[in-house]
Design a protein around this ligand. Structure first.
Ligand SMILES: Cc1cc2nc3c(=O)[nH]c(=O)nc-3n(C[C@H](O)[C@H](O)[C@H](O)COP(=O)(O)OP(=O)(O)OC[C@H]3O[C@@H](n4cnc5c(N)ncnc54)[C@H](O)[C@@H]3O)c2cc1C
Length: 376
Protein backbone atom coordinates (compact mmCIF):
# COMPACT_ATOMS: atom_id res chain seq x y z
CA UNK A 1 0.00 0.00 0.00
CA UNK A 2 1.32 3.44 -0.78
CA UNK A 3 0.40 7.08 -0.61
CA UNK A 4 1.98 10.17 -2.07
CA UNK A 5 3.42 12.86 0.14
CA UNK A 6 2.74 15.50 -2.49
CA UNK A 7 -0.09 17.40 -0.84
CA UNK A 8 -1.26 19.12 -4.02
CA UNK A 9 -1.91 15.66 -5.48
CA UNK A 10 -3.27 14.06 -2.33
CA UNK A 11 -5.97 16.71 -1.94
CA UNK A 12 -7.47 15.81 -5.34
CA UNK A 13 -6.76 12.08 -5.46
CA UNK A 14 -9.11 9.17 -5.02
CA UNK A 15 -7.12 7.06 -2.56
CA UNK A 16 -3.37 7.43 -1.98
CA UNK A 17 -2.81 9.54 -5.11
CA UNK A 18 -0.28 7.03 -6.39
CA UNK A 19 -1.60 6.91 -9.95
CA UNK A 20 -1.31 10.67 -10.36
CA UNK A 21 1.99 10.93 -8.48
CA UNK A 22 3.50 8.21 -10.65
CA UNK A 23 2.36 9.96 -13.83
CA UNK A 24 3.72 13.31 -12.60
CA UNK A 25 7.05 11.79 -11.58
CA UNK A 26 7.41 9.93 -14.90
CA UNK A 27 6.71 13.15 -16.84
CA UNK A 28 9.12 15.20 -14.73
CA UNK A 29 11.87 12.61 -15.30
CA UNK A 30 11.25 12.52 -19.05
CA UNK A 31 10.21 8.87 -19.00
CA UNK A 32 6.94 9.73 -20.68
CA UNK A 33 5.86 12.66 -22.81
CA UNK A 34 2.23 12.39 -21.80
CA UNK A 35 -0.47 10.15 -20.38
CA UNK A 36 -3.88 8.85 -21.38
CA UNK A 37 -6.37 9.48 -18.58
CA UNK A 38 -10.05 10.17 -17.90
CA UNK A 39 -10.95 13.66 -16.76
CA UNK A 40 -13.93 15.96 -16.66
CA UNK A 41 -12.80 18.94 -18.72
CA UNK A 42 -14.39 22.33 -19.25
CA UNK A 43 -16.28 21.06 -22.29
CA UNK A 44 -17.62 17.94 -20.55
CA UNK A 45 -20.92 17.85 -18.69
CA UNK A 46 -20.38 17.65 -14.90
CA UNK A 47 -19.52 14.12 -13.64
CA UNK A 48 -19.06 12.77 -17.18
CA UNK A 49 -15.38 12.32 -17.97
CA UNK A 50 -13.94 11.96 -21.44
CA UNK A 51 -10.66 10.40 -22.56
CA UNK A 52 -7.79 12.90 -22.49
CA UNK A 53 -4.15 13.02 -23.44
CA UNK A 54 -2.37 15.09 -20.81
CA UNK A 55 1.14 16.45 -21.28
CA UNK A 56 1.68 18.89 -18.39
CA UNK A 57 1.82 18.56 -14.63
CA UNK A 58 -1.29 20.70 -14.21
CA UNK A 59 -3.29 18.54 -16.60
CA UNK A 60 -2.11 15.36 -14.87
CA UNK A 61 -3.07 16.76 -11.47
CA UNK A 62 -6.49 17.78 -12.79
CA UNK A 63 -7.15 14.18 -13.88
CA UNK A 64 -6.82 12.76 -10.33
CA UNK A 65 -9.90 11.08 -8.87
CA UNK A 66 -12.29 8.38 -10.10
CA UNK A 67 -15.44 8.85 -12.14
CA UNK A 68 -17.85 5.96 -12.20
CA UNK A 69 -19.35 6.23 -15.66
CA UNK A 70 -17.60 4.54 -18.56
CA UNK A 71 -14.92 6.59 -20.25
CA UNK A 72 -13.39 4.95 -23.37
CA UNK A 73 -9.75 5.85 -22.69
CA UNK A 74 -8.42 3.70 -25.51
CA UNK A 75 -9.90 6.15 -28.03
CA UNK A 76 -7.43 8.80 -26.85
CA UNK A 77 -4.62 6.70 -28.32
CA UNK A 78 -5.65 8.09 -31.72
CA UNK A 79 -4.85 11.54 -30.43
CA UNK A 80 -1.49 10.25 -29.09
CA UNK A 81 -0.73 9.20 -32.65
CA UNK A 82 -1.94 12.47 -34.16
CA UNK A 83 0.22 14.44 -31.74
CA UNK A 84 3.08 12.05 -32.44
CA UNK A 85 3.81 11.43 -28.77
CA UNK A 86 6.32 8.61 -28.60
CA UNK A 87 5.86 7.24 -25.08
CA UNK A 88 2.79 7.74 -22.98
CA UNK A 89 1.56 6.12 -19.79
CA UNK A 90 -1.92 4.64 -20.10
CA UNK A 91 -4.40 4.62 -17.21
CA UNK A 92 -7.52 2.51 -17.48
CA UNK A 93 -9.90 0.00 -15.98
CA UNK A 94 -9.26 -3.69 -16.75
CA UNK A 95 -11.41 -3.82 -19.91
CA UNK A 96 -9.18 -1.06 -21.31
CA UNK A 97 -5.91 -2.65 -20.24
CA UNK A 98 -6.76 -6.05 -21.77
CA UNK A 99 -7.02 -4.86 -25.40
CA UNK A 100 -3.76 -2.95 -25.07
CA UNK A 101 -1.98 -6.04 -23.81
CA UNK A 102 -3.56 -8.06 -26.59
CA UNK A 103 -2.19 -5.56 -29.11
CA UNK A 104 1.24 -6.10 -27.65
CA UNK A 105 1.04 -9.90 -27.62
CA UNK A 106 -0.85 -10.63 -30.80
CA UNK A 107 1.32 -12.28 -33.38
CA UNK A 108 2.17 -9.60 -35.96
CA UNK A 109 2.43 -12.11 -38.78
CA UNK A 110 -1.37 -12.04 -38.81
CA UNK A 111 -1.61 -9.91 -42.00
CA UNK A 112 0.63 -12.24 -44.04
CA UNK A 113 -0.98 -13.78 -47.09
CA UNK A 114 0.14 -15.08 -50.43
CA UNK A 115 -0.90 -11.79 -52.08
CA UNK A 116 0.22 -9.00 -49.79
CA UNK A 117 3.40 -7.08 -50.34
CA UNK A 118 5.65 -5.72 -47.60
CA UNK A 119 4.13 -2.20 -47.81
CA UNK A 120 0.64 -3.60 -47.11
CA UNK A 121 1.99 -5.69 -44.27
CA UNK A 122 3.76 -2.65 -42.83
CA UNK A 123 0.52 -0.66 -42.86
CA UNK A 124 -1.51 -3.46 -41.30
CA UNK A 125 1.14 -4.05 -38.67
CA UNK A 126 0.62 -0.42 -37.72
CA UNK A 127 -3.10 -1.07 -37.18
CA UNK A 128 -2.38 -4.13 -35.05
CA UNK A 129 0.45 -2.79 -32.97
CA UNK A 130 0.79 0.92 -33.64
CA UNK A 131 -1.14 2.26 -30.65
CA UNK A 132 0.52 -0.08 -28.18
CA UNK A 133 3.99 0.77 -29.51
CA UNK A 134 3.52 4.28 -28.10
CA UNK A 135 2.57 3.08 -24.60
CA UNK A 136 5.52 3.18 -22.21
CA UNK A 137 3.62 1.48 -19.38
CA UNK A 138 0.08 0.74 -18.27
CA UNK A 139 -1.53 1.50 -14.93
CA UNK A 140 -4.67 -0.56 -14.38
CA UNK A 141 -7.39 0.35 -11.87
CA UNK A 142 -9.26 -2.26 -9.85
CA UNK A 143 -12.87 -2.30 -11.00
CA UNK A 144 -16.02 -4.21 -10.13
CA UNK A 145 -18.28 -2.27 -12.45
CA UNK A 146 -18.99 1.03 -14.11
CA UNK A 147 -22.43 2.61 -13.92
CA UNK A 148 -24.76 3.78 -16.67
CA UNK A 149 -25.22 7.55 -17.18
CA UNK A 150 -28.69 7.20 -15.61
CA UNK A 151 -27.10 6.78 -12.17
CA UNK A 152 -26.03 10.39 -12.50
CA UNK A 153 -29.00 11.87 -14.32
CA UNK A 154 -31.97 9.88 -13.00
CA UNK A 155 -30.87 8.82 -9.54
CA UNK A 156 -28.43 11.37 -8.20
CA UNK A 157 -29.70 14.49 -9.92
CA UNK A 158 -33.35 13.47 -10.46
CA UNK A 159 -34.36 11.46 -7.38
CA UNK A 160 -31.78 12.60 -4.84
CA UNK A 161 -31.97 16.21 -6.04
CA UNK A 162 -28.21 16.76 -6.11
CA UNK A 163 -27.22 18.95 -9.09
CA UNK A 164 -24.28 17.25 -10.80
CA UNK A 165 -22.59 20.64 -11.05
CA UNK A 166 -22.43 20.58 -7.21
CA UNK A 167 -20.60 17.22 -7.05
CA UNK A 168 -16.84 17.41 -6.55
CA UNK A 169 -16.07 13.68 -6.48
CA UNK A 170 -17.34 10.15 -5.86
CA UNK A 171 -15.94 7.19 -4.01
CA UNK A 172 -17.18 3.68 -3.34
CA UNK A 173 -16.38 2.32 0.13
CA UNK A 174 -19.12 -0.18 0.91
CA UNK A 175 -21.57 2.47 -0.32
CA UNK A 176 -21.48 5.16 -2.98
CA UNK A 177 -20.16 8.37 -1.44
CA UNK A 178 -21.13 11.59 -3.19
CA UNK A 179 -18.89 14.50 -2.18
CA UNK A 180 -20.47 17.89 -2.68
CA UNK A 181 -18.57 21.09 -3.35
CA UNK A 182 -20.00 22.61 -0.13
CA UNK A 183 -18.28 19.87 1.90
CA UNK A 184 -21.36 17.68 2.54
CA UNK A 185 -21.23 13.98 1.76
CA UNK A 186 -24.37 12.11 0.62
CA UNK A 187 -24.57 8.34 0.32
CA UNK A 188 -26.36 5.80 -1.80
CA UNK A 189 -26.49 2.04 -1.05
CA UNK A 190 -24.01 0.25 -3.31
CA UNK A 191 -26.43 -2.64 -3.76
CA UNK A 192 -29.03 -0.31 -5.25
CA UNK A 193 -26.52 1.29 -7.60
CA UNK A 194 -25.30 -2.14 -8.73
CA UNK A 195 -28.75 -3.61 -9.24
CA UNK A 196 -30.22 -0.71 -11.15
CA UNK A 197 -27.32 1.04 -12.82
CA UNK A 198 -24.49 -1.40 -13.48
CA UNK A 199 -23.47 -1.45 -17.13
CA UNK A 200 -24.63 -4.82 -18.47
CA UNK A 201 -21.21 -5.49 -20.05
CA UNK A 202 -19.58 -5.46 -16.62
CA UNK A 203 -21.65 -8.48 -15.60
CA UNK A 204 -19.37 -10.79 -17.56
CA UNK A 205 -16.02 -9.15 -16.90
CA UNK A 206 -13.64 -11.55 -15.17
CA UNK A 207 -10.88 -9.14 -14.23
CA UNK A 208 -11.22 -7.18 -11.00
CA UNK A 209 -7.64 -6.22 -10.35
CA UNK A 210 -6.25 -5.33 -13.81
CA UNK A 211 -4.32 -8.54 -14.10
CA UNK A 212 -2.65 -7.61 -17.37
CA UNK A 213 -1.40 -4.15 -16.34
CA UNK A 214 2.22 -3.34 -15.52
CA UNK A 215 1.05 -1.76 -12.26
CA UNK A 216 -2.44 -2.24 -10.84
CA UNK A 217 -3.94 0.17 -8.28
CA UNK A 218 -7.05 0.12 -6.13
CA UNK A 219 -8.46 1.23 -2.84
CA UNK A 220 -10.45 -1.65 -1.33
CA UNK A 221 -10.34 -1.74 2.46
CA UNK A 222 -8.16 1.35 2.71
CA UNK A 223 -8.68 5.02 3.49
CA UNK A 224 -6.19 7.36 1.89
CA UNK A 225 -3.88 4.60 0.64
CA UNK A 226 -3.58 2.99 -2.78
CA UNK A 227 -3.07 -0.77 -3.00
CA UNK A 228 -0.34 -1.28 -5.58
CA UNK A 229 0.33 -4.56 -7.37
CA UNK A 230 3.46 -4.79 -9.49
CA UNK A 231 2.59 -7.25 -12.22
CA UNK A 232 5.43 -7.17 -14.75
CA UNK A 233 9.19 -6.71 -14.57
CA UNK A 234 8.67 -3.33 -16.22
CA UNK A 235 6.27 -2.41 -13.41
CA UNK A 236 8.81 -3.49 -10.78
CA UNK A 237 11.62 -1.49 -12.40
CA UNK A 238 9.51 1.67 -12.67
CA UNK A 239 8.26 1.29 -9.11
CA UNK A 240 11.75 0.80 -7.64
CA UNK A 241 12.92 4.09 -9.14
CA UNK A 242 9.71 5.86 -8.16
CA UNK A 243 9.92 4.59 -4.60
CA UNK A 244 13.46 5.96 -4.30
CA UNK A 245 12.61 9.45 -5.53
CA UNK A 246 8.88 9.85 -5.74
CA UNK A 247 8.01 11.27 -2.31
CA UNK A 248 5.80 8.49 -1.03
CA UNK A 249 5.15 6.31 1.97
CA UNK A 250 4.62 2.58 1.71
CA UNK A 251 3.22 -0.12 4.00
CA UNK A 252 3.28 -3.86 3.37
CA UNK A 253 -0.05 -5.47 2.56
CA UNK A 254 0.74 -7.83 5.43
CA UNK A 255 -0.35 -4.94 7.67
CA UNK A 256 -3.83 -4.78 6.18
CA UNK A 257 -5.20 -8.29 6.05
CA UNK A 258 -8.69 -6.96 5.58
CA UNK A 259 -7.74 -5.29 2.29
CA UNK A 260 -5.86 -8.41 1.20
CA UNK A 261 -8.87 -10.59 1.97
CA UNK A 262 -11.29 -8.34 0.10
CA UNK A 263 -8.91 -8.33 -2.86
CA UNK A 264 -8.96 -12.14 -2.94
CA UNK A 265 -12.71 -12.37 -2.55
CA UNK A 266 -13.50 -9.81 -5.24
CA UNK A 267 -10.91 -11.22 -7.65
CA UNK A 268 -12.29 -14.71 -7.24
CA UNK A 269 -15.90 -13.60 -7.49
CA UNK A 270 -15.15 -11.69 -10.65
CA UNK A 271 -13.23 -14.53 -12.31
CA UNK A 272 -16.27 -16.68 -11.70
CA UNK A 273 -18.45 -14.13 -13.45
CA UNK A 274 -17.03 -15.06 -16.86
CA UNK A 275 -19.40 -17.22 -18.87
CA UNK A 276 -17.71 -20.36 -20.12
CA UNK A 277 -17.70 -20.32 -23.90
CA UNK A 278 -16.02 -22.23 -26.70
CA UNK A 279 -12.39 -23.39 -26.80
CA UNK A 280 -11.01 -20.34 -28.62
CA UNK A 281 -12.83 -17.83 -26.45
CA UNK A 282 -10.08 -17.84 -23.81
CA UNK A 283 -12.70 -18.49 -21.16
CA UNK A 284 -12.95 -22.27 -21.19
CA UNK A 285 -11.17 -23.73 -18.14
CA UNK A 286 -8.66 -26.47 -18.94
CA UNK A 287 -8.79 -26.05 -22.72
CA UNK A 288 -5.86 -24.84 -24.84
CA UNK A 289 -5.37 -21.10 -24.77
CA UNK A 290 -4.32 -18.74 -27.55
CA UNK A 291 -1.10 -20.00 -29.06
CA UNK A 292 1.03 -17.35 -30.72
CA UNK A 293 3.24 -20.12 -32.10
CA UNK A 294 0.30 -21.79 -33.85
CA UNK A 295 -0.90 -18.47 -35.22
CA UNK A 296 2.59 -17.75 -36.54
CA UNK A 297 2.76 -21.10 -38.35
CA UNK A 298 -0.71 -20.54 -39.74
CA UNK A 299 0.20 -17.09 -41.07
CA UNK A 300 3.48 -18.25 -42.57
CA UNK A 301 1.64 -21.10 -44.27
CA UNK A 302 -0.70 -18.53 -45.84
CA UNK A 303 2.21 -17.47 -48.07
CA UNK A 304 2.93 -20.96 -49.28
CA UNK A 305 1.87 -21.74 -52.81
CA UNK A 306 2.16 -18.09 -53.86
CA UNK A 307 4.46 -16.81 -56.57
CA UNK A 308 6.70 -15.22 -53.88
CA UNK A 309 10.33 -16.27 -53.86
CA UNK A 310 11.91 -17.43 -50.59
CA UNK A 311 13.57 -13.99 -50.27
CA UNK A 312 10.26 -12.18 -50.77
CA UNK A 313 8.61 -14.35 -48.13
CA UNK A 314 11.43 -13.58 -45.76
CA UNK A 315 11.03 -9.86 -46.48
CA UNK A 316 7.31 -10.11 -45.64
CA UNK A 317 8.09 -11.92 -42.38
CA UNK A 318 10.75 -9.35 -41.48
CA UNK A 319 8.27 -6.52 -42.15
CA UNK A 320 5.69 -8.16 -39.90
CA UNK A 321 8.04 -8.89 -37.01
CA UNK A 322 10.51 -6.00 -37.39
CA UNK A 323 12.92 -6.38 -34.48
CA UNK A 324 10.79 -8.84 -32.48
CA UNK A 325 11.52 -12.48 -31.87
CA UNK A 326 9.13 -14.82 -33.60
CA UNK A 327 6.78 -16.37 -31.09
CA UNK A 328 7.57 -19.65 -29.45
CA UNK A 329 5.04 -19.92 -26.67
CA UNK A 330 1.45 -20.34 -25.72
CA UNK A 331 0.04 -17.31 -23.98
CA UNK A 332 -1.92 -18.30 -20.89
CA UNK A 333 -4.91 -16.05 -20.23
CA UNK A 334 -6.32 -15.80 -16.76
CA UNK A 335 -10.04 -15.79 -17.51
CA UNK A 336 -11.80 -18.82 -16.09
CA UNK A 337 -8.68 -20.12 -14.37
CA UNK A 338 -8.27 -20.24 -10.59
CA UNK A 339 -6.17 -17.69 -8.71
CA UNK A 340 -2.71 -19.15 -8.03
CA UNK A 341 -2.48 -20.26 -4.40
CA UNK A 342 -6.24 -20.23 -3.92
CA UNK A 343 -7.16 -23.35 -1.93
CA UNK A 344 -10.40 -23.70 -3.91
CA UNK A 345 -13.89 -24.58 -2.71
CA UNK A 346 -14.08 -25.87 0.88
CA UNK A 347 -15.89 -29.11 1.76
CA UNK A 348 -19.63 -28.54 2.36
CA UNK A 349 -20.34 -26.76 5.63
CA UNK A 350 -16.77 -25.46 6.02
CA UNK A 351 -15.73 -21.85 5.67
CA UNK A 352 -13.60 -20.96 2.68
CA UNK A 353 -9.94 -20.37 3.49
CA UNK A 354 -8.20 -17.38 1.96
CA UNK A 355 -4.61 -17.57 0.78
CA UNK A 356 -2.34 -15.67 3.17
CA UNK A 357 -0.89 -12.33 2.05
CA UNK A 358 2.33 -12.70 0.06
CA UNK A 359 5.50 -13.05 2.12
CA UNK A 360 8.37 -10.56 1.86
CA UNK A 361 10.08 -12.98 -0.58
CA UNK A 362 6.95 -12.92 -2.74
CA UNK A 363 6.86 -9.13 -2.73
CA UNK A 364 4.22 -8.61 -0.05
CA UNK A 365 6.57 -6.62 2.18
CA UNK A 366 10.09 -5.21 2.02
CA UNK A 367 12.88 -7.78 2.66
CA UNK A 368 13.47 -8.22 6.37
CA UNK A 369 10.06 -6.84 7.36
CA UNK A 370 8.52 -8.49 10.43
CA UNK A 371 4.90 -8.15 11.59
CA UNK A 372 4.25 -5.84 14.55
CA UNK A 373 3.68 -7.79 17.75
CA UNK A 374 0.26 -6.28 18.33
CA UNK A 375 -1.00 -5.15 14.94
CA UNK A 376 -3.90 -2.72 14.97
C1 LIG B 1 -14.84 3.09 -12.83
C2 LIG B 1 -13.92 2.76 -11.68
C3 LIG B 1 -14.27 1.72 -10.82
C4 LIG B 1 -13.40 1.39 -9.76
N1 LIG B 1 -13.74 0.38 -8.92
C5 LIG B 1 -12.92 0.04 -7.91
C6 LIG B 1 -13.27 -1.02 -7.01
O1 LIG B 1 -14.33 -1.65 -7.13
N2 LIG B 1 -12.40 -1.32 -6.01
C7 LIG B 1 -11.21 -0.64 -5.86
O2 LIG B 1 -10.44 -0.95 -4.95
N3 LIG B 1 -10.86 0.36 -6.70
C8 LIG B 1 -11.68 0.72 -7.70
N4 LIG B 1 -11.33 1.73 -8.56
C9 LIG B 1 -9.99 2.35 -8.44
C10 LIG B 1 -9.96 3.49 -7.43
O3 LIG B 1 -11.10 4.28 -7.53
C11 LIG B 1 -8.72 4.39 -7.65
O4 LIG B 1 -8.63 4.78 -9.01
C12 LIG B 1 -7.42 3.67 -7.30
O5 LIG B 1 -7.46 3.20 -5.97
C13 LIG B 1 -6.22 4.60 -7.47
O6 LIG B 1 -6.29 5.63 -6.53
P1 LIG B 1 -5.27 6.84 -6.60
O7 LIG B 1 -5.61 7.81 -5.51
O8 LIG B 1 -3.88 6.30 -6.65
O9 LIG B 1 -5.66 7.43 -8.03
P2 LIG B 1 -5.63 8.94 -8.53
O10 LIG B 1 -4.28 9.50 -8.33
O11 LIG B 1 -6.79 9.69 -7.98
O12 LIG B 1 -5.84 8.73 -10.12
C14 LIG B 1 -7.03 8.18 -10.60
C15 LIG B 1 -6.90 7.88 -12.09
O13 LIG B 1 -8.12 7.27 -12.48
C16 LIG B 1 -8.41 7.64 -13.81
N5 LIG B 1 -9.87 7.53 -14.00
C17 LIG B 1 -10.85 8.25 -13.39
N6 LIG B 1 -12.05 7.88 -13.81
C18 LIG B 1 -11.86 6.90 -14.74
C19 LIG B 1 -12.74 6.12 -15.54
N7 LIG B 1 -14.06 6.24 -15.49
N8 LIG B 1 -12.19 5.20 -16.39
C20 LIG B 1 -10.85 5.04 -16.47
N9 LIG B 1 -9.97 5.76 -15.71
C21 LIG B 1 -10.46 6.67 -14.86
C22 LIG B 1 -7.92 9.07 -13.91
O14 LIG B 1 -7.52 9.27 -15.22
C23 LIG B 1 -6.71 9.10 -12.94
O15 LIG B 1 -5.53 8.98 -13.69
C24 LIG B 1 -12.18 2.10 -9.60
C25 LIG B 1 -11.86 3.14 -10.48
C26 LIG B 1 -12.71 3.48 -11.52
C27 LIG B 1 -12.33 4.59 -12.46
Amino acid sequence: MARTQREDIQERAQDGGIVTALLAWSLERGQIDGAVVSAVGEDDPPCFPSPKVVTSYEEIRASAGSWYTYCPNNLALESVKERDLKKVAFVGVPCQITPLRKMELIDPSYPLSHKKRPQHIEKQRGFLRGYQDRVAFQIGLFCTEVFTPELMTEKIEGEMGIPLSEVSKFNVKGEVLIYKKNGDIETLPLQEAMENYQRPECGHCGDFSAELADIACGGIGTRGWTIVILRTQKGVDIWNEFEKEGLLETKPIQENRRAWNILQILSRRQRNRVPELGPRSGTAAGLPQYSAREEADFSAAAMEGSSKTAEEMEECLATAYQDEDRPAEVIGYMAGSPIPGDPGDPPPGEKRKLPPPPTPEQGGAPPGWAPAENPA
